[in-house]
Design a protein around this ligand. Structure first.
Ligand SMILES: Cc1cc2nc3c(=O)[nH]c(=O)nc-3n(C[C@H](O)[C@H](O)[C@H](O)COP(=O)(O)OP(=O)(O)OC[C@H]3O[C@@H](n4cnc5c(N)ncnc54)[C@H](O)[C@@H]3O)c2cc1C
Length: 376
């Protein structure tokens, strides 16, 4: 059935990016907001497949700052935001070797200044606290005591619930097929069910973000989806893993963590591919097991419980893309959230909403996120 309703913002994509934007837009008073999601439920793609960790660490200071801004919301969400706690602060253990360990220690001042609680550990201290970890696999570690597991489902639905209660609409099973351009300005979209007009068309389509923009003509802004694999398995008999921190050995390219009653691991793979419903392949699974053997040999499973893959989407400089398209007025990018889209979502959504409603952000210099940096 056709709809002629006029919206202030039409958000393409019901992942964490689109949901967080709708939450902050409606908080700032822009309430005629429509989220269009092609799947039957929100969060089906990258958002529903993440490892769900809050890790306030990155070697890139701007990425670290964005995660810290997100983290401050996730650690202390506003009263009434969620029905269950979003963060389980079991801690995060980041392990490094060689040059990376030197660089990681260089991040401690910025981590501390931004409010992250971090403690450097020697390999012997790591082995004493976490005997499953082979101390030969690291030169040092950072224990982030206020990080941990995020309840991604609760976070996603809390954004959506509040946005809807303030007037936003969510329509699932509606795939955007074209972007309407009127007088050089994005003016709406069409789906299989109708035509929707809006003052802004927001591209929060994750791996499909460039495809959406290309519906309105060629663009220099090319984001690339990269597959990441996760396996889950049962811990060795008698081992209580329930309060383990999220453990990542960056030099050995592997992380592992508790997951429901068991463990998950990822080889931190980054295989570029076209946007799709990503599936794990044999190589990703084999890498996960091989890399795990290098850091925590006693954990290597004989069989897997489950495996999955998802697409993390990156811009050419790996930075997020938030802002109006330089060649198409009214078309707003909220994409390239990379490997931090869940933990940074409170910052991403708030900055995007400020830019849309106020034309500027008091949290972030807009130029560093703008898609215009790829067309200059
Ligand atoms: C294995 C893995 C582990 C990860 N671990 C973490 C972690 O520990 N911490 C963290 O912060 N981040 C993590 N991430 C990254 C995080 O999941 C992403 O950054 C984030 O989910 C991206 O959200 P998004 O909304 O941009 O994309 P998505 O969640 O992919 O949402 C985009 C949505 O757009 C919809 N869409 C596309 N085209 C159309 C169309 N034409 N019409 C309508 N709808 C459309 C899609 O169906 C999709 O639902 C991980 C990712 C993966 C894959």
């Amino acid at each position: 059935m056709s709809s002629m309703k006029q919206y202030e913002a039409i958000i393409v994509g019901g992942g964490i990016g689109g949901a967080s934007l709708a939450y902050f837009l409606t908080e700032l008073g822009m309430t005629k907001v429509l989220i269009l999601e092609k799947e039957e439920q929100p969060g089906y793609h990258a958002t529903g497949r993440s490892a769900g960790a809050l890790v306030e660490f990155d070697l890139e200071p701007l990425v670290l700052r964005m995660i810290q801004l997100g983290g401050s919301f996730l650690k202390r969400p506003p009263d009434g935001f969620c029905e269950h706690p979003i963060l389980d602060p079991v801690g995060v253990l980041m392990m490094f070797q060689g040059e990376l360990w030197v660089k990681a220690q260089g991040m401690i001042p910025a981590m501390t200044e931004g409010g992250t609680q971090v403690l450097p550990l020697t390999p012997a201290q790591v082995a004493a606290q976490y005997p499953v970890i082979d101390p030969a696999s690291l030169d040092g570690a950072l224990l982030i005591t206020d990080g941990g597991h995020l309840d991604v489902h609760e976070l996603l639905w809390s954004y959506i619930r509040h946005a809807k209660s303030r007037g936003a609409e969510l329509r699932c099973g509606e795939e955007v097929k074209s972007v309407i351009v009127d007088n050089g300005r994005a003016a709406g979209v069409t789906t299989g069910s109708g035509t929707y007009f809006g003052q802004w068309v927001v591209d929060a389509a994750g791996p499909w973000a460039t495809r959406i923009r290309e519906m309105a003509g060629p663009t220099a802004v090319q984001v690339t989806p990269k597959r990441r694999t996760v396996i889950t398995f049962t811990p060795p008999e008698g081992m209580d893993v329930r309060r383990w921190p999220f453990c990542a050995n960056i030099s050995q390219s592997v992380y592992f963590s508790t997951e429901s009653a068991g463990l998950l691991a990822s080889p931190m793979d980054e295989e570029p591919m076209d946007p799709c419903d990503a599936r794990p392949d044999e190589l990703g699974v084999a890498m996960a097991i091989e890399y795990l053997k290098g850091v925590a040999p006693t954990l290597v499973p004989r069989s897997l419980k489950h495996k999955w893959a998802g697409l993390r989407t990156f811009s050419p400089d790996d930075g997020m893309v938030i802002g109006e398209d330089p060649d198409l007025k009214g078309f707003f990018w909220l994409a390239g959230l990379g490997g931090s889209g869940i933990e940074a979502s409170p910052a991403v959504g708030r900055i995007g909403a400020q830019l849309l409603v106020q034309g500027r952000s008091d949290l972030w210099p807009a130029e560093s996120l703008s898609p215009a940096r790829f067309t200059r």
